[in-house]
Design a protein around this ligand. Structure first.
Ligand SMILES: Cc1cc2nc3c(=O)[nH]c(=O)nc-3n(C[C@H](O)[C@H](O)[C@H](O)COP(=O)(O)OP(=O)(O)OC[C@H]3O[C@@H](n4cnc5c(N)ncnc54)[C@H](O)[C@@H]3O)c2cc1C
Length: 391
């Protein structure tokens, strides 16, 4: 007899939807998070982009499930999570990005994504006011969209709790209860800071940027290395921009590689860039260079954005893996220990799809998406082989 069927460490972008799907499958679930409520880790740092437009088949299939879940959530539960289906647009000004995006179109189409290449006129229609000088064209995928990270997290928590899941906040998991040794060991519960032990048939590591620490306690070396990214949001303006826009060009400013932005369901423009070089570590202090740098890029791409009023900025972490692909599943040497970690810059969009498949693996022994594709996320894969191109 155990205290619970499943304990989830972390109530973030992954842990909270996982709790919902486990509870829906009839399992007795406990979620433990060291913060005060769900979604308060890196989940709330996300700008809300949700796309299935990736180059890795497992990410495409998992995020396709997430899009299905986000887009039908209001129907399913009656709760608004800020879902807006405005698509994703990748405008292209250089042959380099044209080659990358056209190169992955076949694999995206093979996995049933609705996505196409459009010429400059087409892209100007999707992104009104975009600079047309040198614009070659780009891709547009209408089924992608945006969601509010905090509204989604709160709703997943409420719905999971309504199905019987328990949430324990302000409690840190400091240890795992282990049985056996060598390649035949099992995780049978957790230890809290207070020393309290709680047992379960299965434990899910959904600890985000600190997931490697939990793996290490289980005797597994799964490097999840956080790097930090900054974002900001404006006051709301009248809706004028449907898609979330990703400009893959390096900035030429010595500070940025790609940048991305969109107008959320409340009319605010929400934006972010990938720093160059990357900033490894956990520093979450906002910088003074972020706003001038991103403002130049935003206004350079869409001049009319110069009239916006910025409300606030923040900085958070991407929990990165070596190949830009998350780690989901079980290590065969440690029974009862599941991972939903290493979400990189896409944990919000991966969360529901990962949670649904993880819950299905635990409850029924098989993922929701094709098993061969799901295995591409395995912790035992070769991390040196392949790279997600749109991470
Ligand atoms: C600026 C920025 C913009 C982003 N934009 C997007 C976007 O548009 N779309 C997108 O999909 N992603 C985006 N991301 C990435 C996304 O935020 C992350 O990938 C995602 O939140 C990671 O989810 P997670 O569940 O792994 O981690 P988290 O959401 O951080 O959840 C992990 C939880 O585990 C808890 N925890 C950790 N250790 C312990 C412990 N020992 N005991 C108890 N609890 C513990 C933490 O408190 C935390 O709540 C963005 C990130 C940043 C920084």
């Amino acid at each position: 007899m155990t205290d619970h069927d499943v304990i989830i460490i972390g109530s973030g972008s992954v842990g909270t939807p996982t709790a919902y799907f486990l509870a829906e499958a009839g399992m007795d679930v406990l979620v433990v998070d060291e913060l005060a409520s769900s979604g308060q880790g890196q989940n709330k740092a996300a700008i809300g982009g949700a796309r299935a437009t990736h180059s890795d088949p497992a990410k495409i299939m998992t995020c396709s499930r997430s899009l299905e879940i986000f887009s039908t959530w209001k129907e399913r539960t009656g709760t608004d999570i800020g879902w807006k289906q405005g698509g994703y647009c990748f405008p292209v000004y250089r042959e380099n990005e044209e080659g990358v995006l056209k190169g992955i179109l076949p694999i995206q189409k093979e996995h049933r994504l609705e996505i196409d290449w459009y010429d400059a006129d087409g892209i100007s229609r999707f992104v009104p006011g975009i600079a047309t000088d040198g614009l070659i064209g780009g891709t547009y995928s209408p089924n992608d969209g945006q969601v509010s990270p905090l509204m989604a997290s709160e709703s997943f928590q409420n719905e999971a709790a309504a199905l019987g899941a328990r949430f324990m906040f302000n409690e840190s998991v400091t240890g795992l209860i282990m049985e056996g040794e060598g390649d035949d060991r099992a995780v049978t519960g957790i230890t809290l800071t207070s020393g309290e032990e709680i047992s379960a048939e299965s434990v899910v590591n959904a600890a985000g940027a600190h997931a490697s620490d939990i793996c290490r306690i289980a005797g597994l070396d799964v490097p999840i290395l956080p790097d930090s990214h900054e974002a900001g949001i404006t006051s709301p303006v009248k809706p004028f921009l449907d898609p979330l826009v990703v400009d893959l060009r390096p900035g030429g400013d010595g500070r940025t590689s790609n940048f991305y932005f969109g107008q959320n369901s409340e009319g605010q423009i929400i934006f972010c860039y990938t720093p160059s070089p990357l900033l490894p570590g956990e520093d979450k202090r906002a910088t003074s260079e972020f706003m001038p740098t991103i403002a130049r890029r935003l206004v350079g791409l869409i001049p009319r954005l110069k009239n916006l009023m910025v409300r606030r900025t923040w900085r958070g972490l991407y929990p990165m893996t070596q190949d830009g692909v998350p780690v989901v599943g079980q290590d065969p040497c440690v029974r009862g220990f599941y991972m939903g970690i290493g979400m990189c810059g896409q944990g919000l969009m991966m969360g529901p799809g990962v949670g649904e498949s993880l819950a299905s693996v635990i409850a029924k022994g098989r993922p929701v998406i094709d098993e061969d594709v799901f295995d591409l996320l395995s912790p035992t894969r070769d991390f040196a082989c392949g790279q997600e191109l749109l991470k």
